[in-house]
Structures are given as C-alpha cells and as structure tokens.
Design a protein around this ligand. Sequence first.
Ligand SMILES: *[C@@H]1O[C@H](CO)[C@@H](O)[C@H](O)[C@H]1NC(C)=O
Ligand SMILES: *[C@@H]1O[C@H](CO)[C@@H](O)[C@H](O)[C@H]1NC(C)=O
Ligand SMILES: *[C@@H]1O[C@H](CO)[C@@H](O)[C@H](O)[C@H]1NC(C)=O
Ligand SMILES: *[C@@H]1O[C@H](CO)[C@@H](O)[C@H](O)[C@H]1NC(C)=O
Ligand SMILES: *[C@@H]1O[C@H](CO)[C@@H](O)[C@H](O)[C@H]1NC(C)=O
Length: 476
Amino acid sequence: MRLLLLLVLLGPQTSQACPGVKTVVSSKGLDYVTNLVTDWVQKKILSADLPVISGSVDIGIGSVGYALYDMRVVKVDMPQPSVNFVEKTGVRVELSGLSIAVEGRWRTSYGIIKDGGSFDLALFDVSTSSLLQLESDYQARLAVECLSCDAQIGNVDINFHGGASFIIDVFVKFFPGRIKSLVEDHICPIVQDQVKNLEGILAAIKVDYPVYPNLIFSVPLTNSPVVQSSGMELDSKGVFYSATHPKEPPFPSEDFQLPSEAGYMISMGISQYSLNTYAYACLTDGLFQINITDKMIPPSVHFRLNTSSFGVFIPQLPKMFPNMLMVLQVFADEAPAVSLHMDSFSLLLTATVKAYAIDNTTAYRPLFRLKLTTEFSGKLNIGNNTLMGNMQFQNLTLSLVTSQIGTFQTKTLEGTASFLVKSYLPKLNAMLQKGFPLPVAKGVTLAGPVLQVQQGFLAVYSNVQINLPSRTWEEL
Ligand SMILES: *[C@@H]1O[C@H](CO)[C@@H](O)[C@H](O)[C@H]1NC(C)=O
Ligand SMILES: *[C@@H]1O[C@H](CO)[C@@H](O)[C@H](O)[C@H]1NC(C)=O
Ligand SMILES: *[C@@H]1O[C@H](CO)[C@@H](O)[C@H](O)[C@H]1NC(C)=O
Ligand SMILES: *[C@@H]1O[C@H](CO)[C@@H](O)[C@H](O)[C@H]1NC(C)=O
Ligand SMILES: *[C@@H]1O[C@H](CO)[C@@H](O)[C@H](O)[C@H]1NC(C)=O
C-alpha cells in the first residue's frame, strides 16, 4: 500500500517519457470558451445566493448593529470580460464596467430600538481581475488555482425604505460609505469559490479511458501546462495499455514539435509512438493471433487446407502426410509498426505462421514454421468527426524458419499469400473508409477539422462547437 502511494507520488515527476499526445488551446479557443461562459456567469450572478451582511456602525452616539438580508440580484449588466493567457502562469480574467442591482431587507438595532425595512442597491462600474494558475496536480491532471484576485466598485447607490425610528436617518448618513468596501470584500471569495468549483470539475476528469477492444488509453499530463501568450499546450502520456495485461511498451517515446496554428481553436498532435502503443497493447492482449482452419474456407473454394492441396507448394508434404487436414496458427510476435511520413503512413506487419497436420487421432503434427513480413502504405483523412484511411499493398515476404518436412521453396506460397492479402484489402479499406470516431467529449463537435500527416506524428487542427445541454450548464 505504501509502495503504491510512493509510486503515485513519484509518478508524474519521475516519468521522463516524452508526451505521446499534445493539445494546444489557442487564444481563439479561449475567446470561444469565454463567450460561452459569459452568458452562464450572467445567469449565475442573477441566481446567486447572497450572504447576509451584518456588522455595526459607530454613529457618534453609540453603535448601531445592522444586517442586510434576503438580498437578491434583480439586474445584471455585464460587459464582455477579457480573458488572456499569461506566459508561464495561466489565465488572467478581467472584467470591468459591470453593474448589478440588488434588492433586499435591512434591520438595525440600537439598544432596545429595533427597526427594519427594505432597500435597493446599485453597484456601478464593478471591476475585478484574477490571475489563475494552471498546473498539473499530484495525479497528473490539469488543476487550477486562484493566485490573486482583486475587486473594486466604482460607485454605490443605496436607498433604504421604511424604518420608523430616528436612528435610521443617522444610520443612512453613515452607512453608504461603508457598503462599498463591504461588497468589495465579498467579490473575491465568490470568485475563489467558483475557481474551487472549476477545480472540482477538473479533478473529476479521468486520465484513463476505455477504448475498443478491451484497451485503456492513458492520458495523464507528463508536465505542467506550457502557457504562452498565444495559447496553452497540454502534454499527455498518450499510451494505450491492455486492460487485462497492462505492460509498458518496450520502445521509447520520441518528442515532437506541434506547429501552432493560431487560426484554429485547438490543435492536437498524436505521435507515431502513441499509435504504436495501440498495436503493442493489442499484441499483449493476445489480439493478433488466429488459427486458420479448413472450416474457415468457404465450401465453394476448391482449394482446401489439407496436405493434398498444399502439395502445390510443398511437393513432399502429401507424400509424408497423406490426405490430412491442416491448421495454420498465425500470431504476431512483434506489434505492427506504424511510421508516419509527410502526407502518408506505412505499416509493417510481422507474424509467425506455424503449420500442423491433423492426423486421424486429431493430434497436431508440426510441419514447418514461417516468418511473414508484409508492408502497406496508406493515407489518412478526416471528416465528420471521423478519422478515415486507405491502405495500399506494398509487398509480402515469407521465409522458412524451421521445418520438420525438409526444406522447400516459399516463392509460390508467397505469391498466394500476397494474392489473398490483396483480395482482402478492399474489404479492409471499406472498413477504414467508415472510419474511427475521433475522441471528442460529448457535446463537442469539431468544425472544419484539418488533418496533417507529419514526420512522426499526426496533427489535427480544428475549431470546436460546444453544445452542452442546458441542464449541464445548470448543474455546473
Ligand atoms: C490456436 O490453437 C492453439 C492450439 O490448439 C491454442 O492453444 C490457441 O489458443 C489457439 N488460438 C486461438 C486464437 O484460437
Ligand atoms: C483435400 O483437398 C482436396 C482438394 O484440394 C480434396 O479433393 C480432398 O478431399 C481434401 N482432403 C481432405 C482430407 O479434406
Ligand atoms: C491412422 O492412420 C494410420 C496410418 O497413417 C493407420 O495405421 C491407423 O490405423 C489409423 N488409425 C485409425 C483409427 O484410423
Ligand atoms: C456523420 O456522422 C454521423 C454520426 O456518426 C452520421 O449519422 C452521419 O450520417 C455522418 N454524416 C456523413 C456525411 O457521413
Ligand atoms: C517492401 O515495401 C517497402 C515500402 O515500399 C520497402 O521499403 C521495402 O524495402 C520492401 N521490402 C521488400 C522485401 O521488398
């Protein structure tokens, strides 16, 4: 348990691994979010629960205890806030020229004289500025903290209604001068509360996502967010693991520089390393193995998976093992390797093929072992929140590794295997053309995404459209 804790604590700091996925939010993206949030903030202020303000004022002839309560915001006039990235820190949120009208009730007590009534209050030219720090928390998630906040109120207008005692007249003379600083003192705690709220939302974001088939995509941050005035870059691990047999990939991550595109709200880079960890995770999960049997060959096909048919490729086989069915165990001993080049990618598959004859006691009689290597090249494109691809066959080689039936030429077998792979390709391409949905959060749509295949990584540039159901906003 303690070791686990230690590992968690050491985790993010000691991981020297380069990020597999980089996400940049540009100033344009921040402006978009600001626009979305402004409306929400305005509604939030309108529905805010205002605390009771109470205290006492010295009116020269003693002190008057007062309380302002049952307050509610009746009108908000909110200009567009200015929100900007601050280099090496985070985000500065500035708001000026905000006006708020509040109605409520008051009560005073001076000795045994108690009094009360209603009031209306207008705050003009409220301005606030807060600096939020963006960082990586101990669990390598994005975290936000309020570094500083200040608030000023330009002008306050308060009118008291009701009140029968002489005290209220004296009180009203003294009080307005004080309300400004009283309310000013209440603004930053509200801002800090909201930042805590946001921090709670960020802390609830997962860093591990289940992905098809039975894998985990792990995206904790590898370092603190890199904030520049033009945008913020989040670097995450971006490694796929098998859910049942998680294992660190045996190949190293390589850093890449994601060129920024200020015209898009978000840019995302996915490294070739990250894609290869997907393949490695599938491999550790045992997904790259298949036993090919005669039953899998449609009855209409004349060629059967038996030692007689295989005589075409290996003349001695039907003599040594006459008329027996065969099984081919195909498994990858290495993960397929994806390489990304300018505008295209290549895919290298290597597999081992073990051939058996099944004798009349259903025992497997080992025949030979082949190494199969095949290469494809391909193109990727993007549309409708979907990543699509197209692959072309390059070549396929078979070489004999071991044999229980003596040596034989693999050329004819190689030709047949190439033919089979090529004839399967249109089916595969139809699947690739259907595409894979891009991992975007619910309610988020990519608008006009552009995909670039670069040397060593994929870059996706896009604007986004966020359509959260109104219920979600209310819950925030
Ligand atoms: C293939 O057959 C072997 C031997 O019968 C078995 O151990 C293995 O699990 C099979 N693999 C698959 C993917 O069915
Ligand atoms: C082997 O395949 C040939 C056709 O290539 C077929 O005529 C023969 O019946 C098959 N033998 C077995 C045992 O399935
Ligand atoms: C199995 O085949 C062998 C020859 O390969 C033969 O001697 C034996 O009788 C056969 N057994 C059965 C049960 O058919
Ligand atoms: C886009 O994707 C949605 C959902 O996956 C699908 O319903 C729609 O038909 C797709 N549109 C096009 C033009 O492919
Ligand atoms: C297979 O194709 C790739 C890509 O075209 C090429 O780099 C490689 O040398 C080829 N391998 C063989 C054995 O021909």
